[in-house]
Design a protein around this ligand. Sequence first.
Ligand SMILES: *Cc1c(COP(=O)(O)O)cnc(C)c1O
Length: 435
Amino acid sequence: MTITLPKPTPTIPDTRIYERRESAVRSYARAMPRQFATAQGVWMHDNQGGRYLDFLSGCSTLNYGHNHPVLKQALLDYIAGDGITHGLDLHTDAKAAFLGTLETLILKPRGLDYRAMFTGPTGTNAVEAAIKLARKVTGRELVIAFTNGFHGMTLGALACTGNASKRAGAGVPLSHVAHEPYDGYHGPDVDTADLLERRLSDPSSGLDAPAAILVETVQGEGGLNTASPEWLRKIANIAKRHGALMIVDDIQAGCGRTGSFFSFEGMGFTPDIVTLAKSLSGMGLPFALTLFRPELDQWSPGEHNGTFRGNNHAFVTATAALRHFWSDEAFQRAIARSGVLLEQRLEAMAAEHDLTVCGRGMMRGIDVGAGEIAAAITAACFEQGLIIETSGAHDEIVKVLAPLVIDDAVLSAGLDILEESVRTALTAPYDVAAE
Ligand SMILES: *Cc1c(COP(=O)(O)O)cnc(C)c1O
């Protein structure tokens, strides 16, 4: 069998229009100066015939790959039939189909009874809705978030985000959030859940009673730190004991990335509130959802509003994705298999260079120790046609977010490029001073 290899174009296209007209805030485009035109499955194509293997997947927005044929056809049929594109939050056929499918394929089989709230279409808005609701229901202000957490860029969610450079953009104080140490933050011998319990139980600790505890099971942007099931169960119990709501931000780790639809499945606790976005639409269309226990549904009509609540095109593709990938166990088995291959390959690279592997499922990376080294590796990968990015407090983790539909041969081909780039970067030390 011949393995398809990426074939990047060496020439950097004319980028003057971006330099002239697009805000300096653009980021990913700087590291990948090509003009992309089409994409299919795990491949992206630039406008000069170059082909790139996508190990970024829109930061886990394209878990089912680019333009999946089943999702694309469902959307084409819907548009051809003049299906509702925008309907505020009106009842539509597309919305009913999505809610029904969510109920029968996702919630019921997992024993979950959640109301679904369609927020504005970005992840950060789902987080805003979650923390607003927790504050409203509990009558408390403080949200406990964790070191290295990432929850979005609007002010409420940004206050829950740890990263200093992201926080710096706020321009106002980011308040009403306490950032407590995540699992493993103080090393393997300190149980940070016990520390949190101790502080919340001590009337003199200075930590107010929280409205919510907001947590990622795997920290997507914050360095692929993983929380153990035991730690998460403790956090769930702490929330319950102290009258706070547990919010799992599953925006990046959900939709199959860690192996199951929700990243917390089988761990023995049920979050009060869950946020989803990124891969929820399945095709990269903007779509976000906040799920919560029915008793918490204390919103008055329109109290959290938005023009684009419920993107009907995303309802169509999300429904198609749930039906195609989540009506039996086959997809989860495939993710588990790819996850093992990914783990083995990363462990081998780590062993060669005395590095560590982090993350779980198909959300894993390799800690190369410094952001400059990670940047050299991702740049070298891009030269070979592999799109890959970094994560972590110092951008020191090279993060593999391949589409979950990738086959073993192509995954291996991409990991060969990564392996070679890691070797080159670590054996021919990158000249930091030259940067
Ligand atoms: C991406 C992300 C968000 C924010 O989603 P946006 O669509 O970028 O607003 C929130 N939480 C987590 C865990 C994320 O990965």
